[in-house]
Design a binder for this molecule. Structure first.
Ligand SMILES: C[S@@+](CC[C@H](N)C(=O)[O-])C[C@H]1O[C@@H](n2cnc3c(N)ncnc32)[C@H](O)[C@@H]1O
Ligand code: SF4
Length: 368
């Protein structure tokens, strides 16, 4: 569920997020989301809903009572499992004292906190609305609320950052004992302020050093690198994101949200997206486009996602997820093995360390 507003737009961000108007139309947007859900629910009738993700934008701008209303609306309409994972993305600059207790009472049981860095200099360089001083109280407040299952989002390769600085960030993240750490290399995306006026970023050698040392540090502290950018303590992987990476189905509700639904009996997979701009979305014009995926697209999308994971995939899983036979990809899998990008493990295949390092090359082998 996409909540598209932020206090202001960060210069590196290409997500569908918009600087918040003077007053965010919480009421009208919540109603629009429920209307959108009503249109979408039929296509997944009876299927279990295992996770809910409030992403953005900055969902923590929404008072807890709206999230509670949305969660109740979802539970009334979809077959929600008893232990459903409910994640809220939060920005340390927007969470007031004790806000997390209210979110917990509303039904949120996992929080993803956009820390990005513990260095005030780096946070300024990437235009964040918060400093380090807001991060620690936010983590403290999570803990007080009993929300121990939280993720910290960090980025590295920030303007002016040294390998030592990147490592310091991770040390401080680990000290907060999060269940999960997402560690992304800053990328310059087209149509962002950084693309127009690129900052000076660390060079290749520094990035290599950050990568090598970070992997060691996180592993030493018991974090498992189960996906290219994701690290978790035992049993605390993100169920919601795992579903994307395993090429599962999901509904996308809200401005600019994307969904993917498989109609297994008819052997069809559809992708659709919702109106990007909140204004259009609020007018009830929810659906922007929908299309069916052909075989070549299914192959590419499956591997685009699946190769990010460290767990193995099997021919049976490929067939179940895409509806296609293994013979469509066997020769390409074989070539990726010969190139050292894939390996055989316990009856399945997975990306090698070399393949993870050159992930784009591994994924490109499955392009249409
Ligand atoms: C959907 S964003 C939003 C989370 C939340 N709005 C925030 O910024 O605190 C999820 C995460 O993606 C990462 N991210 C966003 N833009 C990025 C970029 N250009 N390069 C690398 N990581 C990026 C950030 O770590 C961010 O927290
Ligand atoms: S707060 Fe997050 S979603 Fe909003 S502009 Fe910044 S990075 Fe993008």
């Amino acid at each position: 569920m996409h909540l598209p507003w932020c206090i202001r737009k960060c210069p590196y961000c290409d997500f569908n997020s918009h600087a918040a108007p003077e007053s965010i139309p919480f009421e009208a947007y919540s109603r629009a989301l429920i209307g959108d859900l009503d249109q979408q629910r039929e296509q997944v009738a009876g299927r279990p809903l295992t996770s809910i993700y409030f992403g953005g934008g900055t969902p923590s701008l929404f008072p807890a009572r709206y999230l509670e209303r949305l969660l109740r609306a979802i539970e009334m309409r979809l077959a929600t499992v008893a232990d459903v994972e409910v994640t809220l993305e939060a920005n340390p600059g927007t969470v007031e004292h004790d806000a997390f207790a209210a979110y917990r009472d509303a039904g949120v049981n996992r929080v993803s906190l956009g820390v990005q860095s513990f260095s005030d200099r780096c946070l300024r360089a990437i235009g964040r609305i918060h400093g380090r001083a807001e991060v620690e109280p936010a983590i403290e407040s999570l803990r007080r609320a009993g929300l121990g299952n939280f993720n910290l989002d960090l980025m590295y390769g920030l303007p002016g950052q040294t390998p030592h600085g990147a490592l310091r960030d991770l040390e401080q993240a680990v000290a907060a004992q999060p269940a999960h750490i997402s560690w992304y290399q800053l990328t310059i995306e087209p149509n962002t302020l950084f693309a127009a006026r690129p900052p000076r970023l660390p060079g290749e050698e520094a990035l290599e050093a950050m990568h090598r040392d970070a992997g060691q540090l996180l592993a030493d502290h018991g974090y498992d690198n189960y996906e290219i950018s994701a690290w978790s303590r035992a049993g605390l992987r993100c169920r919601h994101n795992l579903n994307y990476w395993r090429y599962g189905d999901y509904l996308g509700i809200g401005a600019g949200a994307h969904g993917k639904v498989t109609h297994a009996s008819r052997g069809r997979i559809y992708r659709y997206s919702c109106q990007r701009h909140p204004r259009a979305y609020l007018q009830g014009r929810w659906r922007a486009e929908q299309r069916e995926l052909d075989g070549a697209e299914r192959v590419f999308e499956y591997f685009l996602n699946r190769l990010r994971l460290r767990e193995c995939f099997t021919p049976g899983d490929f067939a179940a997820r895409t509806g296609l036979g293994w013979e469509n990809v066997a020769h390409r899998v074989q070539r990726a093995r010969q190139d050292g990008l894939l390996e055989v493990r316990r009856g399945g295949f997975r990306t090698t360390a070399f393949g993870r390092r050159f992930l784009n090359d591994a994924q490109a082998m499955f392009l249409p």
